[in-house]
Design a protein around this ligand. Structure first.
Ligand SMILES: Nc1ncnc2c1ncn2[C@@H]1O[C@H](COP(=O)(O)OP(=O)(O)OP(=O)(O)O)[C@@H](O)[C@H]1O
Length: 290
């Protein structure tokens, strides 16, 4: 079953149709469902059972994939997740090393290995890639979605610059529940994978197959540091900055900045205070061939 979000990436129907033609050539029988509103992909994925389909394939971005993992976890949990990356950032595609080219995507879906991965959870809502609080969630909450459909990632950069001036930067208190260690930070992002914001790798190991989260703590506030951190992300040096710390663990609590937003896979999924942890449920994902 292919679930298509026509709004992801500003509508990439042509790329979807090409991929479906390649899937047909591989002998895959496809039932296509299109979302009409947020939440539909979650319901479609929840209703999918192994007797109807082998794989729920999300043709969309990381937000639609987030809906699907929540749907699969609430449903029978039997079907695997596949992706046709049509979103803006496509972080999961970067994480699993999947190209966005239709022929490669179809080959992966038809022949790729299925691997079991761990999920994260914030206040009962699952996330695949990351959950964040502080500056990062503030940007997600206020980004102009209409502009995002037109200029893509640029909308995040504009909102980042706007929030760097407007945001109050409350101090977050983060506790690693495995060890009891506590830290203060301006932004706290729990990575389930290794990437953030697109092709940018933050941590070298761990990743989706590990039953742990990497809590990335950005300690400083203000415009100058926002730009410095963004540059560190883009150049792959962020985790080596002296005011950035990464704690690996299975459960973290975050408070301070009460009622501030918490983002998961690029959508707001909770408010502070929150607890981010490795979810009990795992999920099967179709990877590209090695
Ligand atoms: N038919 C629809 N109309 C409007 N919104 C939808 C529809 N279907 C899904 N959505 C919502 O669209 C949002 C954005 O989708 P998604 O994240 O998949 O794409 P994207 O933002 O372009 O990509 P990425 O997250 O990879 O940057 C999701 O939060 C999802 O709930």
């Amino acid at each position: 079953m292919v679930v298509f979000n026509p709004t992801a990436g500003g509508n990439r129907r042509r790329r979807l149709m090409k991929t479906l033609r390649h899937l047909d050539a591989h002998g895959c029988a496809v039932a296509l469902r299109e979302t009409a509103k947020p939440g539909d992909a979650e319901v479609f994925a929840m209703e999918a059972s192994a007797k109807d389909c082998d794989v729920v394939v999300i043709a969309g971005g990381d937000g639609t994939i987030n809906e699907a993992i929540n749907g699969i976890s609430r449903g029978t949990g039997e079907v695997a997740l596949g992706i046709i990356p049509l979103g803006t950032a496509n972080v999961l595609a970067h994480e699993i090393g999947l190209s966005i080219r239709p022929a490669k995507v179809a080959a992966a879906l038809a022949q790729g290995p299925i691997r079991r991965i761990h999920l994260g959870e914030a206040d009962g809502r699952k996330f695949m890639l990351m959950a964040g609080a502080g500056f990062d969630a503030e940007v997600v909450e206020h980004v102009n979605l209409k502009l995002k459909r037109v200029i893509g990632k640029g909308a995040y950069i504009l909102e980042m610059l706007r929030q760097a001036r407007a945001y109050g930067f409350p101090t977050l208190h983060v506790t690693a529940e495995d060890t009891g260690e506590t830290r203060q930070a301006a932004t706290a992002v729990a990575l389930n994978g290794r990437h953030y914001g697109g092709p940018y790798k933050v941590v070298g190991d761990g990743g989706l197959s590990a039953a742990s989260l990497d809590m990335v703590l950005l300690k400083r506030k203000g415009m100058f540091n926002v730009i410095r951190y963004a540059t560190g992300l883009a150049t792959g040096r962020l985790a080596r900055f002296s005011d950035v710390e990464v704690l690996r663990g299975s459960s973290f609590s975050i408070d301070g900045g009460n009622d501030e937003p918490v983002q998961g896979d690029g959508d707001i999924i909770a408010r502070l205070p929150t607890r981010m942890r490795v979810a009990e449920e795992t999920i099967e994902v179709v990877f590209p061939q090695a």
